[in-house]
Design a protein around this ligand. Structure first.
Ligand SMILES: Nc1ncnc2c1ncn2[C@@H]1O[C@H](COP(=O)(O)OP(=O)(O)OP(=O)(O)O)[C@@H](O)[C@H]1O
Length: 446
Protein backbone atom coordinates (compact mmCIF):
# COMPACT_ATOMS: atom_id res chain seq x y z
CA UNK A 1 0.00 0.00 0.00
CA UNK A 2 2.90 2.31 0.85
CA UNK A 3 4.64 1.60 -2.49
CA UNK A 4 1.35 1.99 -4.35
CA UNK A 5 0.65 5.38 -2.79
CA UNK A 6 4.19 6.52 -3.73
CA UNK A 7 3.99 5.29 -7.33
CA UNK A 8 0.42 6.18 -8.13
CA UNK A 9 0.83 9.97 -8.77
CA UNK A 10 3.42 9.15 -11.47
CA UNK A 11 1.24 6.69 -13.39
CA UNK A 12 -0.77 7.97 -16.40
CA UNK A 13 -4.54 8.25 -15.77
CA UNK A 14 -5.43 5.97 -18.75
CA UNK A 15 -3.25 3.16 -17.38
CA UNK A 16 -4.93 3.51 -14.00
CA UNK A 17 -8.35 3.49 -15.56
CA UNK A 18 -7.58 0.37 -17.61
CA UNK A 19 -5.95 -1.44 -14.67
CA UNK A 20 -8.73 -0.72 -12.22
CA UNK A 21 -11.43 -1.47 -14.79
CA UNK A 22 -9.78 -4.77 -15.60
CA UNK A 23 -9.51 -5.68 -11.92
CA UNK A 24 -13.13 -4.81 -11.28
CA UNK A 25 -14.34 -6.82 -14.25
CA UNK A 26 -12.29 -9.84 -13.21
CA UNK A 27 -13.49 -9.72 -9.68
CA UNK A 28 -17.07 -8.96 -10.61
CA UNK A 29 -17.18 -12.15 -12.70
CA UNK A 30 -15.55 -14.08 -9.92
CA UNK A 31 -18.01 -12.59 -7.43
CA UNK A 32 -21.05 -13.43 -9.61
CA UNK A 33 -19.67 -16.94 -10.19
CA UNK A 34 -19.07 -17.28 -6.47
CA UNK A 35 -22.52 -16.08 -5.49
CA UNK A 36 -24.38 -17.82 -8.32
CA UNK A 37 -22.44 -20.68 -9.90
CA UNK A 38 -25.53 -22.12 -11.60
CA UNK A 39 -25.89 -22.10 -15.36
CA UNK A 40 -29.15 -22.40 -17.26
CA UNK A 41 -29.94 -23.78 -20.69
CA UNK A 42 -33.44 -23.14 -22.03
CA UNK A 43 -35.07 -25.43 -24.59
CA UNK A 44 -38.20 -23.83 -26.06
CA UNK A 45 -41.13 -25.64 -27.62
CA UNK A 46 -40.55 -23.92 -30.95
CA UNK A 47 -36.76 -23.68 -30.89
CA UNK A 48 -34.60 -25.39 -33.44
CA UNK A 49 -35.33 -25.57 -37.13
CA UNK A 50 -32.86 -26.39 -39.86
CA UNK A 51 -32.99 -29.96 -41.08
CA UNK A 52 -34.27 -31.17 -37.74
CA UNK A 53 -37.38 -29.04 -37.76
CA UNK A 54 -38.85 -26.83 -35.07
CA UNK A 55 -39.37 -28.13 -31.58
CA UNK A 56 -37.48 -31.37 -32.13
CA UNK A 57 -35.07 -30.75 -29.24
CA UNK A 58 -37.97 -29.90 -26.95
CA UNK A 59 -39.84 -33.07 -27.94
CA UNK A 60 -36.78 -35.22 -27.31
CA UNK A 61 -36.20 -33.63 -23.92
CA UNK A 62 -39.88 -34.18 -23.10
CA UNK A 63 -39.64 -37.87 -24.04
CA UNK A 64 -36.43 -38.29 -22.06
CA UNK A 65 -37.92 -36.59 -19.02
CA UNK A 66 -41.10 -38.65 -19.19
CA UNK A 67 -39.01 -41.69 -18.29
CA UNK A 68 -37.18 -39.86 -15.54
CA UNK A 69 -40.10 -38.05 -14.01
CA UNK A 70 -42.44 -41.03 -13.53
CA UNK A 71 -40.76 -41.88 -10.26
CA UNK A 72 -39.54 -38.41 -9.23
CA UNK A 73 -41.92 -35.58 -10.14
CA UNK A 74 -44.86 -34.84 -7.89
CA UNK A 75 -47.04 -33.06 -10.41
CA UNK A 76 -47.49 -34.96 -13.68
CA UNK A 77 -49.46 -34.89 -16.91
CA UNK A 78 -50.75 -38.11 -18.45
CA UNK A 79 -51.39 -39.07 -22.10
CA UNK A 80 -52.22 -42.48 -23.59
CA UNK A 81 -49.11 -44.17 -24.93
CA UNK A 82 -50.64 -45.35 -28.21
CA UNK A 83 -53.87 -46.01 -29.99
CA UNK A 84 -55.96 -48.60 -28.20
CA UNK A 85 -53.39 -48.90 -25.43
CA UNK A 86 -54.20 -48.77 -21.74
CA UNK A 87 -50.78 -47.52 -20.69
CA UNK A 88 -50.10 -43.84 -20.02
CA UNK A 89 -47.10 -41.68 -20.81
CA UNK A 90 -46.28 -39.27 -18.03
CA UNK A 91 -44.65 -35.92 -18.45
CA UNK A 92 -43.79 -33.10 -16.06
CA UNK A 93 -46.59 -30.72 -15.31
CA UNK A 94 -46.00 -27.00 -15.84
CA UNK A 95 -43.74 -25.36 -13.27
CA UNK A 96 -42.65 -28.76 -11.99
CA UNK A 97 -39.01 -29.58 -11.28
CA UNK A 98 -37.03 -32.81 -11.18
CA UNK A 99 -33.37 -33.68 -10.63
CA UNK A 100 -31.33 -36.04 -12.78
CA UNK A 101 -27.90 -37.61 -12.24
CA UNK A 102 -25.30 -38.00 -14.97
CA UNK A 103 -21.77 -39.29 -14.37
CA UNK A 104 -21.69 -37.89 -10.86
CA UNK A 105 -23.21 -34.51 -11.80
CA UNK A 106 -26.68 -33.45 -10.67
CA UNK A 107 -28.84 -31.38 -12.99
CA UNK A 108 -32.31 -29.93 -12.46
CA UNK A 109 -35.02 -29.68 -15.08
CA UNK A 110 -37.79 -27.09 -14.72
CA UNK A 111 -40.88 -27.19 -16.88
CA UNK A 112 -41.89 -23.59 -17.61
CA UNK A 113 -45.02 -22.25 -19.22
CA UNK A 114 -44.93 -18.52 -19.98
CA UNK A 115 -48.40 -16.99 -20.11
CA UNK A 116 -49.87 -14.98 -22.95
CA UNK A 117 -52.45 -15.64 -25.61
CA UNK A 118 -50.42 -18.61 -26.89
CA UNK A 119 -48.52 -20.12 -23.94
CA UNK A 120 -44.83 -20.70 -24.66
CA UNK A 121 -43.60 -23.89 -23.04
CA UNK A 122 -39.97 -24.61 -22.37
CA UNK A 123 -37.61 -26.66 -20.25
CA UNK A 124 -34.89 -25.02 -18.21
CA UNK A 125 -31.88 -27.14 -17.44
CA UNK A 126 -29.88 -25.88 -14.42
CA UNK A 127 -26.43 -27.19 -13.45
CA UNK A 128 -23.24 -26.13 -11.70
CA UNK A 129 -20.76 -24.34 -13.89
CA UNK A 130 -18.01 -26.82 -13.09
CA UNK A 131 -20.06 -29.37 -15.11
CA UNK A 132 -20.38 -27.09 -18.12
CA UNK A 133 -18.30 -29.24 -20.45
CA UNK A 134 -19.84 -32.50 -19.29
CA UNK A 135 -23.37 -31.19 -19.78
CA UNK A 136 -22.80 -29.59 -23.17
CA UNK A 137 -20.54 -32.26 -24.66
CA UNK A 138 -22.06 -35.42 -23.18
CA UNK A 139 -25.29 -34.95 -21.24
CA UNK A 140 -27.28 -33.05 -23.88
CA UNK A 141 -26.37 -35.51 -26.67
CA UNK A 142 -27.34 -38.30 -24.26
CA UNK A 143 -30.74 -36.66 -23.64
CA UNK A 144 -31.26 -36.23 -27.37
CA UNK A 145 -30.33 -39.86 -28.18
CA UNK A 146 -32.46 -41.34 -25.42
CA UNK A 147 -35.40 -39.03 -26.19
CA UNK A 148 -35.32 -39.95 -29.87
CA UNK A 149 -35.32 -43.66 -29.07
CA UNK A 150 -38.22 -43.26 -26.64
CA UNK A 151 -40.18 -41.22 -29.18
CA UNK A 152 -39.64 -43.86 -31.87
CA UNK A 153 -40.88 -46.60 -29.57
CA UNK A 154 -44.04 -44.65 -28.71
CA UNK A 155 -44.78 -42.99 -31.99
CA UNK A 156 -48.44 -42.16 -32.53
CA UNK A 157 -49.78 -40.51 -35.62
CA UNK A 158 -51.37 -37.16 -34.90
CA UNK A 159 -53.98 -35.04 -36.52
CA UNK A 160 -53.30 -31.36 -35.87
CA UNK A 161 -55.98 -28.72 -36.25
CA UNK A 162 -55.61 -24.98 -36.07
CA UNK A 163 -57.64 -23.84 -33.11
CA UNK A 164 -58.60 -20.23 -32.70
CA UNK A 165 -58.29 -18.21 -29.57
CA UNK A 166 -59.04 -14.54 -29.11
CA UNK A 167 -55.93 -13.38 -30.97
CA UNK A 168 -54.74 -15.92 -33.46
CA UNK A 169 -54.69 -19.59 -34.29
CA UNK A 170 -52.27 -22.29 -33.31
CA UNK A 171 -52.07 -26.07 -33.49
CA UNK A 172 -53.70 -28.57 -31.20
CA UNK A 173 -53.88 -32.27 -31.89
CA UNK A 174 -55.71 -35.54 -31.40
CA UNK A 175 -54.36 -39.02 -32.05
CA UNK A 176 -54.97 -39.92 -35.67
CA UNK A 177 -56.72 -43.26 -36.07
CA UNK A 178 -58.29 -43.26 -39.51
CA UNK A 179 -58.76 -46.78 -40.90
CA UNK A 180 -58.44 -45.77 -44.57
CA UNK A 181 -55.47 -47.33 -46.38
CA UNK A 182 -54.56 -47.98 -49.99
CA UNK A 183 -55.98 -51.47 -49.42
CA UNK A 184 -59.43 -50.05 -48.68
CA UNK A 185 -59.41 -47.31 -51.31
CA UNK A 186 -61.39 -48.13 -54.46
CA UNK A 187 -59.72 -46.66 -57.53
CA UNK A 188 -57.96 -47.69 -60.70
CA UNK A 189 -55.17 -50.05 -59.53
CA UNK A 190 -52.59 -48.54 -61.93
CA UNK A 191 -53.38 -45.04 -60.65
CA UNK A 192 -53.15 -46.25 -57.08
CA UNK A 193 -49.77 -47.92 -57.72
CA UNK A 194 -48.48 -44.73 -59.38
CA UNK A 195 -49.44 -42.67 -56.30
CA UNK A 196 -47.77 -45.13 -53.94
CA UNK A 197 -44.60 -45.12 -56.08
CA UNK A 198 -44.64 -41.33 -56.07
CA UNK A 199 -44.92 -41.28 -52.27
CA UNK A 200 -42.06 -43.79 -51.96
CA UNK A 201 -39.87 -41.67 -54.23
CA UNK A 202 -40.66 -38.61 -52.13
CA UNK A 203 -39.99 -40.33 -48.81
CA UNK A 204 -36.61 -41.58 -50.01
CA UNK A 205 -35.78 -38.40 -51.89
CA UNK A 206 -33.82 -36.45 -49.30
CA UNK A 207 -30.52 -36.55 -51.19
CA UNK A 208 -32.21 -36.06 -54.53
CA UNK A 209 -33.97 -32.87 -53.40
CA UNK A 210 -30.73 -31.60 -51.86
CA UNK A 211 -28.85 -32.29 -55.11
CA UNK A 212 -31.28 -30.43 -57.34
CA UNK A 213 -31.55 -27.56 -54.84
CA UNK A 214 -35.27 -27.86 -54.12
CA UNK A 215 -37.01 -27.84 -50.76
CA UNK A 216 -38.00 -31.35 -49.74
CA UNK A 217 -41.73 -30.98 -50.19
CA UNK A 218 -44.35 -32.10 -52.66
CA UNK A 219 -47.77 -30.75 -53.51
CA UNK A 220 -50.82 -32.86 -54.34
CA UNK A 221 -54.07 -31.53 -55.73
CA UNK A 222 -56.99 -33.91 -55.24
CA UNK A 223 -60.07 -32.91 -57.18
CA UNK A 224 -63.39 -34.50 -57.96
CA UNK A 225 -67.03 -34.56 -56.90
CA UNK A 226 -68.00 -34.93 -53.23
CA UNK A 227 -67.82 -38.51 -52.02
CA UNK A 228 -65.17 -39.75 -54.43
CA UNK A 229 -62.65 -40.39 -51.68
CA UNK A 230 -60.45 -37.28 -51.39
CA UNK A 231 -60.39 -37.30 -47.59
CA UNK A 232 -59.99 -41.09 -47.62
CA UNK A 233 -57.02 -40.68 -49.94
CA UNK A 234 -55.33 -38.23 -47.56
CA UNK A 235 -55.81 -40.65 -44.67
CA UNK A 236 -54.45 -43.50 -46.79
CA UNK A 237 -51.39 -41.40 -47.70
CA UNK A 238 -50.75 -40.52 -44.07
CA UNK A 239 -51.12 -44.15 -42.98
CA UNK A 240 -48.88 -45.35 -45.80
CA UNK A 241 -46.09 -42.89 -44.94
CA UNK A 242 -46.75 -42.89 -41.20
CA UNK A 243 -46.83 -39.07 -41.30
CA UNK A 244 -48.83 -36.68 -39.13
CA UNK A 245 -51.57 -34.57 -40.66
CA UNK A 246 -51.91 -30.80 -40.20
CA UNK A 247 -55.41 -29.80 -41.25
CA UNK A 248 -55.62 -26.07 -41.91
CA UNK A 249 -59.11 -24.63 -41.54
CA UNK A 250 -58.53 -21.54 -43.66
CA UNK A 251 -61.70 -19.78 -42.59
CA UNK A 252 -60.23 -19.55 -39.08
CA UNK A 253 -57.05 -17.87 -40.33
CA UNK A 254 -57.41 -14.12 -40.52
CA UNK A 255 -54.06 -12.91 -41.84
CA UNK A 256 -51.32 -14.03 -44.20
CA UNK A 257 -48.82 -13.79 -41.36
CA UNK A 258 -50.91 -16.11 -39.25
CA UNK A 259 -51.08 -18.58 -42.13
CA UNK A 260 -47.32 -18.42 -42.56
CA UNK A 261 -46.82 -19.02 -38.85
CA UNK A 262 -49.03 -22.10 -39.01
CA UNK A 263 -46.92 -23.47 -41.86
CA UNK A 264 -43.69 -22.69 -40.03
CA UNK A 265 -44.90 -24.50 -36.94
CA UNK A 266 -45.55 -27.76 -38.76
CA UNK A 267 -43.00 -30.50 -38.25
CA UNK A 268 -41.21 -32.71 -40.73
CA UNK A 269 -42.80 -35.99 -41.87
CA UNK A 270 -46.18 -34.43 -42.17
CA UNK A 271 -49.00 -33.80 -44.61
CA UNK A 272 -50.41 -30.28 -44.57
CA UNK A 273 -53.99 -30.34 -45.79
CA UNK A 274 -56.27 -27.56 -46.95
CA UNK A 275 -59.64 -29.11 -47.79
CA UNK A 276 -62.14 -27.49 -50.15
CA UNK A 277 -59.67 -24.77 -50.97
CA UNK A 278 -62.08 -23.11 -53.38
CA UNK A 279 -64.54 -22.43 -50.52
CA UNK A 280 -62.04 -21.72 -47.77
CA UNK A 281 -60.68 -18.34 -48.81
CA UNK A 282 -60.62 -15.94 -51.70
CA UNK A 283 -57.91 -17.73 -53.63
CA UNK A 284 -59.49 -17.35 -56.99
CA UNK A 285 -58.40 -13.74 -57.54
CA UNK A 286 -55.13 -12.43 -58.84
CA UNK A 287 -52.02 -11.85 -56.76
CA UNK A 288 -51.76 -8.60 -54.81
CA UNK A 289 -50.05 -6.01 -57.00
CA UNK A 290 -49.16 -3.64 -54.17
CA UNK A 291 -47.25 -4.67 -51.10
CA UNK A 292 -49.26 -3.99 -47.93
CA UNK A 293 -48.80 -0.56 -46.37
CA UNK A 294 -49.46 0.49 -42.79
CA UNK A 295 -52.80 -0.81 -41.46
CA UNK A 296 -55.84 1.44 -41.54
CA UNK A 297 -59.06 0.57 -39.75
CA UNK A 298 -60.53 -0.72 -43.00
CA UNK A 299 -57.43 -2.85 -43.55
CA UNK A 300 -57.86 -4.44 -40.18
CA UNK A 301 -61.52 -5.13 -40.92
CA UNK A 302 -60.67 -6.58 -44.31
CA UNK A 303 -57.84 -8.79 -43.15
CA UNK A 304 -57.96 -12.20 -44.73
CA UNK A 305 -55.79 -14.75 -46.39
CA UNK A 306 -54.99 -13.75 -49.94
CA UNK A 307 -53.67 -15.70 -52.88
CA UNK A 308 -50.22 -14.09 -52.47
CA UNK A 309 -50.26 -15.03 -48.81
CA UNK A 310 -51.05 -18.63 -49.64
CA UNK A 311 -48.34 -18.77 -52.34
CA UNK A 312 -45.81 -17.34 -49.90
CA UNK A 313 -46.87 -19.81 -47.24
CA UNK A 314 -46.37 -22.73 -49.63
CA UNK A 315 -43.19 -21.59 -51.32
CA UNK A 316 -41.66 -19.15 -48.85
CA UNK A 317 -38.15 -19.55 -47.50
CA UNK A 318 -39.53 -21.43 -44.49
CA UNK A 319 -40.34 -24.36 -46.77
CA UNK A 320 -36.66 -25.25 -46.92
CA UNK A 321 -36.59 -25.60 -43.11
CA UNK A 322 -37.01 -29.07 -41.79
CA UNK A 323 -38.20 -30.53 -45.08
CA UNK A 324 -40.19 -33.69 -45.73
CA UNK A 325 -43.62 -32.17 -45.99
CA UNK A 326 -46.44 -32.95 -48.36
CA UNK A 327 -49.04 -30.28 -49.04
CA UNK A 328 -52.48 -31.43 -50.20
CA UNK A 329 -55.26 -29.25 -51.51
CA UNK A 330 -58.67 -30.72 -52.20
CA UNK A 331 -61.41 -29.15 -54.25
CA UNK A 332 -64.70 -30.02 -55.87
CA UNK A 333 -64.21 -27.18 -58.36
CA UNK A 334 -60.73 -27.31 -59.80
CA UNK A 335 -61.73 -24.91 -62.57
CA UNK A 336 -62.33 -22.13 -60.03
CA UNK A 337 -58.77 -22.08 -58.71
CA UNK A 338 -56.17 -19.60 -59.86
CA UNK A 339 -53.67 -21.41 -62.13
CA UNK A 340 -50.80 -19.93 -60.10
CA UNK A 341 -51.96 -21.86 -57.07
CA UNK A 342 -52.01 -25.25 -58.71
CA UNK A 343 -49.26 -25.01 -61.31
CA UNK A 344 -46.80 -27.90 -61.44
CA UNK A 345 -43.92 -27.27 -59.12
CA UNK A 346 -46.37 -25.99 -56.55
CA UNK A 347 -49.01 -28.72 -56.79
CA UNK A 348 -46.76 -31.29 -58.42
CA UNK A 349 -49.30 -34.07 -58.79
CA UNK A 350 -52.91 -33.55 -59.83
CA UNK A 351 -55.11 -36.51 -58.98
CA UNK A 352 -58.65 -36.73 -60.23
CA UNK A 353 -60.94 -38.68 -57.92
CA UNK A 354 -63.74 -39.83 -60.14
CA UNK A 355 -67.08 -41.60 -60.06
CA UNK A 356 -67.21 -45.28 -59.38
CA UNK A 357 -66.14 -47.46 -62.30
CA UNK A 358 -66.81 -51.19 -62.47
CA UNK A 359 -63.29 -52.03 -61.22
CA UNK A 360 -63.78 -49.79 -58.19
CA UNK A 361 -67.20 -51.35 -57.54
CA UNK A 362 -65.69 -54.88 -57.66
CA UNK A 363 -63.03 -53.75 -55.22
CA UNK A 364 -65.68 -52.40 -52.81
CA UNK A 365 -67.84 -55.52 -53.18
CA UNK A 366 -64.82 -57.65 -52.24
CA UNK A 367 -63.99 -55.41 -49.28
CA UNK A 368 -67.53 -55.17 -47.97
CA UNK A 369 -68.80 -58.72 -48.65
CA UNK A 370 -65.77 -60.78 -49.65
CA UNK A 371 -67.29 -61.60 -53.06
CA UNK A 372 -65.46 -61.46 -56.37
CA UNK A 373 -68.35 -62.53 -58.60
CA UNK A 374 -72.14 -62.48 -58.47
CA UNK A 375 -74.94 -62.85 -61.03
CA UNK A 376 -75.87 -59.16 -60.46
CA UNK A 377 -72.38 -57.94 -61.42
CA UNK A 378 -73.18 -57.85 -65.16
CA UNK A 379 -76.25 -55.73 -64.56
CA UNK A 380 -74.30 -53.39 -62.30
CA UNK A 381 -71.55 -53.10 -64.92
CA UNK A 382 -74.08 -52.08 -67.57
CA UNK A 383 -75.78 -49.61 -65.20
CA UNK A 384 -72.48 -47.98 -64.26
CA UNK A 385 -72.19 -47.00 -67.93
CA UNK A 386 -75.58 -45.35 -67.74
CA UNK A 387 -75.41 -43.51 -64.43
CA UNK A 388 -72.64 -41.93 -62.48
CA UNK A 389 -72.41 -42.72 -58.81
CA UNK A 390 -69.72 -41.91 -56.27
CA UNK A 391 -67.79 -44.60 -54.38
CA UNK A 392 -69.32 -43.10 -51.21
CA UNK A 393 -72.83 -43.91 -52.52
CA UNK A 394 -71.81 -47.38 -53.63
CA UNK A 395 -70.22 -47.98 -50.20
CA UNK A 396 -73.42 -46.83 -48.54
CA UNK A 397 -75.50 -49.38 -50.49
CA UNK A 398 -73.01 -52.16 -49.86
CA UNK A 399 -72.97 -51.58 -46.13
CA UNK A 400 -75.38 -53.98 -44.39
CA UNK A 401 -77.96 -52.00 -42.40
CA UNK A 402 -79.30 -54.86 -40.31
CA UNK A 403 -78.51 -58.46 -39.47
CA UNK A 404 -80.75 -59.68 -42.32
CA UNK A 405 -78.75 -57.73 -44.96
CA UNK A 406 -76.47 -59.96 -47.02
CA UNK A 407 -74.51 -59.47 -50.25
CA UNK A 408 -77.59 -60.26 -52.34
CA UNK A 409 -79.81 -57.64 -50.68
CA UNK A 410 -77.07 -54.99 -50.74
CA UNK A 411 -76.36 -55.56 -54.43
CA UNK A 412 -80.10 -55.47 -55.19
CA UNK A 413 -80.35 -52.15 -53.37
CA UNK A 414 -77.44 -50.82 -55.45
CA UNK A 415 -79.00 -52.03 -58.70
CA UNK A 416 -82.25 -50.27 -57.78
CA UNK A 417 -80.45 -47.00 -56.99
CA UNK A 418 -78.40 -47.18 -60.19
CA UNK A 419 -81.49 -47.93 -62.28
CA UNK A 420 -83.32 -44.96 -60.76
CA UNK A 421 -80.34 -42.73 -61.41
CA UNK A 422 -80.06 -43.95 -65.00
CA UNK A 423 -83.79 -43.40 -65.52
CA UNK A 424 -83.60 -39.94 -63.98
CA UNK A 425 -80.65 -39.00 -66.16
CA UNK A 426 -82.13 -40.49 -69.35
CA UNK A 427 -79.16 -41.85 -71.18
CA UNK A 428 -77.22 -38.64 -70.69
CA UNK A 429 -74.29 -38.84 -68.32
CA UNK A 430 -73.45 -36.18 -65.80
CA UNK A 431 -70.87 -34.00 -67.48
CA UNK A 432 -70.11 -31.33 -64.97
CA UNK A 433 -70.17 -30.85 -61.26
CA UNK A 434 -73.22 -28.63 -61.58
CA UNK A 435 -75.15 -31.59 -62.98
CA UNK A 436 -74.29 -33.68 -59.99
CA UNK A 437 -77.25 -34.18 -57.64
CA UNK A 438 -77.14 -32.09 -54.52
CA UNK A 439 -76.87 -33.91 -51.22
CA UNK A 440 -80.58 -33.69 -50.52
CA UNK A 441 -81.42 -35.12 -53.94
CA UNK A 442 -79.37 -38.27 -53.45
CA UNK A 443 -81.78 -41.07 -52.70
CA UNK A 444 -80.11 -43.12 -50.05
CA UNK A 445 -81.02 -46.62 -49.11
CA UNK A 446 -84.62 -47.05 -47.93
N1 LIG B 1 -62.57 -44.32 -53.51
C1 LIG B 1 -63.14 -44.79 -52.40
N2 LIG B 1 -62.81 -45.99 -51.90
C2 LIG B 1 -63.39 -46.47 -50.79
N3 LIG B 1 -64.31 -45.81 -50.08
C3 LIG B 1 -64.67 -44.60 -50.53
C4 LIG B 1 -64.10 -44.02 -51.69
N4 LIG B 1 -64.63 -42.82 -51.88
C5 LIG B 1 -65.49 -42.63 -50.89
N5 LIG B 1 -65.53 -43.68 -50.08
C6 LIG B 1 -66.37 -43.85 -48.89
O1 LIG B 1 -67.17 -42.67 -48.80
C7 LIG B 1 -66.93 -41.95 -47.60
C8 LIG B 1 -66.77 -40.48 -47.91
O2 LIG B 1 -65.62 -40.30 -48.72
P1 LIG B 1 -64.62 -39.07 -48.58
O3 LIG B 1 -64.99 -38.22 -47.41
O4 LIG B 1 -63.23 -39.58 -48.65
O5 LIG B 1 -64.98 -38.28 -49.91
P2 LIG B 1 -64.55 -36.82 -50.34
O6 LIG B 1 -64.25 -36.87 -51.81
O7 LIG B 1 -63.47 -36.31 -49.46
O8 LIG B 1 -65.87 -36.01 -50.09
P3 LIG B 1 -66.02 -34.41 -49.86
O9 LIG B 1 -65.53 -33.72 -51.09
O10 LIG B 1 -67.51 -34.26 -49.65
O11 LIG B 1 -65.24 -34.09 -48.62
C9 LIG B 1 -65.67 -42.56 -47.01
O12 LIG B 1 -65.75 -42.63 -45.62
C10 LIG B 1 -65.61 -43.94 -47.62
O13 LIG B 1 -66.29 -44.84 -46.78
Amino acid sequence: MFVWSMVRPFLPRTLLKYYIGHLMRRHARWLVGFLDPWLTITIGEHDGGGRMGFGVVYDRAKAYLSNQCASRARSLRAELVARGADRFVLSMDHNEEIADEFRGATVWWHSVSAGGAVPQRSYRLVFHERHRELIVESYLPHVSREGRAIMASRRRQKLFMNTVDRHNSSWSYVVFEHPSTFDTLAMDPAKKRAIMDDLDAFRNGRDYYARIGKAWKRGYLLYGPPGTGKSSMIAAMANYLDYDIYNIELTSVTTNIELQRLFVETKAKSIIVVEDIDCSADLTGKRDKNPPGPDTNEDVAARKVTLSGMLNAIDGLWSACGGERIIVFTTNHVEKLDPALIRRGRMDKHIEMSYCCFEAFRFLAKNYHGIEAHPLFDEIKALLHEAEITPADVAEHLMPKCAADDAESCLTSLVKALAEKAKGNGTAKINSMDDFPKDDEIVLDK
